[in-house]
Design a protein around this ligand. Structure first.
Ligand code: PMP
Length: 394
């Protein structure tokens, strides 16, 4: 055990001075297991990835079938392969007709990079508007349109011509003009601590963008795939984006993302220049097989319909006098306390008592859980009881 920690700390690049250092041997359903056999109830799902728990047998079977047939055979966009085809068909069938064409990437940030390039190419404009508090990824383009200033400062210069509006602020919509290529926005902000826009704002946003010829990119890398109680969060608001980005839970544990738009818009990446966006591994067949398995499980197990009721149950079990505010959409939770110290204390107690929870990068006073959507009621009650004990420490 100590030896593994030594390698991890020395030979694997570190991103913080204090990693959690939980050693994972195996995982199943809503649980992770350490080498000493201790079980951990996973209430964070790999940060919004394992919406269907760990090692779902149908997803694992889909991956195994593909592994036995073939893995990578060619760079993106050249050879015809049945699994990415099936995935694109199934994914677009879940979406409105104008979102009928998928570009598969390896990650969330790459999906946003592709989407940003597409809007520039399609509109011929350069100005990009994003929202304060947003998180869109860690590569240069996505970082440029992310709101967290302390994470960006050391990496300037970033993309030019990026402006920020206040999330869900009607007045700031006037910053969107005929010069604006796109607004990129998380449909429900995740890293900012679960911020849900109003219906009035979303309706006005769509109207303003229609008036100015500005494209809307909804980043549903965290809020999508059933998390908010709809398959895609924009379905709550009765408006449709021009481009949708997804990743994380799409792959059920294998890396995949996608930016999805209309066929007409997407074809602007095929000429002037040809190969306007390329990738070696995007649409990797094993990742696509996993994602296909994910969509089939959603279809067969009626998961999304249960999300709101489970979210309500969790919210009712987590009431406590030290809580300042709970923000929730479906099973996406932020629970505000007086300080970040409180949040760390809670997360540490939970981990020590076999329950995995987390915090937010840009919202330090909020405690975070994003349980598997198919978690059982028994495990919800078990996990919430431990969290309540942690709240009682404050
Ligand atoms: N957008 C949102 C809303 C996210 O939550 C994340 C990841 N936390 C990303 C983009 C970036 O995804 P990835 O880490 O796969 O690049």
């Amino acid at each position: 055990m100590e030896f593994s920690h030594e390698i991890f700390l020395k030979n694997i690049a570190q991103t913080t001075g204090s990693p959690i250092l939980l050693e994972v041997e195996k995982a199943a359903g809503s649980y992770l297991y350490s080498p000493d056999g201790k079980a951990y109830l996973d209430l964070i799902s790999g940060v919004g990835v394992n919406h269907l728990g760990h090692q779902h047998p149908h997803i694992i079977n889909r991956i195994k079938e593909q592994v036995d047939k073939h893995l990578h055979v060619m760079v993106y966009g050249e050879f015809v392969q049945s699994t990415p085809n099936l995935l694109a068909k199934k994914l677009t069938e879940l979406l409105p007709p104008s979102l009928n064409c998928c570009y598969f990437t390896n990650s969330g940030t790459e999906a946003n990079e592709g989407a940003l390039k597409l809007v520039k190419r399609y509109t011929g404009r350069t100005e990009i508007i994003s929202c304060r508090g947003s998180y869109h990824g860690s590569t240069h383009g996505s970082l440029s349109v992310s709101g967290n200033e302390t994470k960006k400062q050391a990496f300037r210069p970033l993309l030019p011509d990026v402006k920020f509006v206040r999330f869900n602020n009607m007045d700031d919509l006037k910053m969107i003009t005929t010069k604006t290529a796109c607004i990129i926005m998380e449909t429900v902000q995740g890293d900012a601590g679960v911020r849900v826009p109003s219906q009035e704002y979303m309706t006005a946003l769509r109207a303003k963008c229609d008036d100015t010829g500005t494209l809307i990119i909804f980043d549903e890398i965290q809020a999508g795939m059933g998390r908010t109680g709809k398959m895609f969060a924009f379905e709550h608001f009765n408006i449709v984006p021009d481009i949708l980005t997804t990743a994380k839970a799409l792959g059920g544990g294998l890396p995949i993302g996608a930016f999805i738009s209309s066929y007409e818009k997407m074809t602007s990446l095929t000429h002037d220049p040809m190969l306007g966006h390329i990738t070696t591994f995007g649409g990797n067949p094993a990742s696509c097989a996993a994602a296909l398995g994910v969509l089939e499980v959603f279809e067969n197990e009626n998961i999304v319909a249960q999300v709101e009721a489970k979210g309500q149950l969790i919210e009712s079990l987590l009431q406590h006098h030290k809580i300042i505010e709970i923000r929730r959409k479906g099973m996406m939770f932020a629970i505000d306390f007086a300080s970040s110290d409180d949040v760390f204390k809670i997360a540490k107690y939970c981990l020590d008592h076999g329950v995995i929870t987390f915090w937010f990068l840009s919202c330090p006073n909020s405690f975070r859980i994003s349980p598997p959507l198919n978690i059982s009621e028994e495990d919800i009650r078990k996990g919430c009881a431990v969290i309540q004990e942690a709240f009682n420490l404050l």
